[in-house]
Design a protein around this ligand. Sequence first.
Ligand code: IPD
Ligand code: CA
Ligand code: CA
Length: 257
Amino acid sequence: MQEYIVAAEEAARVGGAILQEWAEKFTAREKSPANLVTEADLASEAAIGEYLLSRFPDHGMLGEESLCREGNGSDFRWIIDPLDGTGNYVHRFPYYAVSIGLEKAGQLVAGAIYDPNRDEMFAAALGEGATLNGERIAVSEATLVGESMCMASLPIKADRNHHAVRKFLNALEAVQSVQRSGSAALNLCAVACGRIDAFWSNSLMPWDMAAGVLIVTEAGGTVSRTGGETFSVDVPDLLASNGTQLHQDLVKVLSRD
Ligand code: IPD
Ligand code: CA
Ligand code: CA
């Protein structure tokens, strides 16, 4: 697995360098209302795809922007977000990352998330633990909802009656603090290294979550759907936490109507 971890980290660094190169010169456009993309997203994805393809020509690939490639007799698939936090990037809020996950026969086996602003590389391999810049990381020990620091993602342009907004309001009354940051990948890393206690969203895509959920579970945390059901990278419903009693208690809070 070491070979794949090294490749995921290198691919994430390749993408991160491109994001920083474009940071002073990009232009942004809307893919759909308020859903932004820049030259940096596209250039990062192209370079990551090229790098991974040169190392693993038979592997499948799924990237957010345009990368979609069937494996050639291989059951490996790379799941790539070349810039997670495009809205932050466009507004020069330095909270964005590159996320590279690897599945084997549908199971997440390796992942790396690189934050080029803090030069932080989060990585994990199945059964081998999670690291931040090479040092082992672990989730927090918080157990009480009322003392927990959480993050949530809300869908773009969600109106006040959206179920995700209702969950957010339920949580606001119950937790110590609930934030919205603009990068699901970095939020998952924050859960993994104990900077926050939980993160949830009902609007994520596979590339937002793939690497991050492995990093959380390998750091000792738990992932499920917000109703407590088994997590799937193909279903846009995620609750990631430190895996203490807090997890089940947050399921109850998020399930209130
Ligand atoms: C977005 C971020 C954000 C989440 C959105 C994602 P992008 O990814 O992860 O935190 O709330 O659902 O789409 O578009 O910046 O790659
Ligand atoms: Ca994303
Ligand atoms: Ca993206």
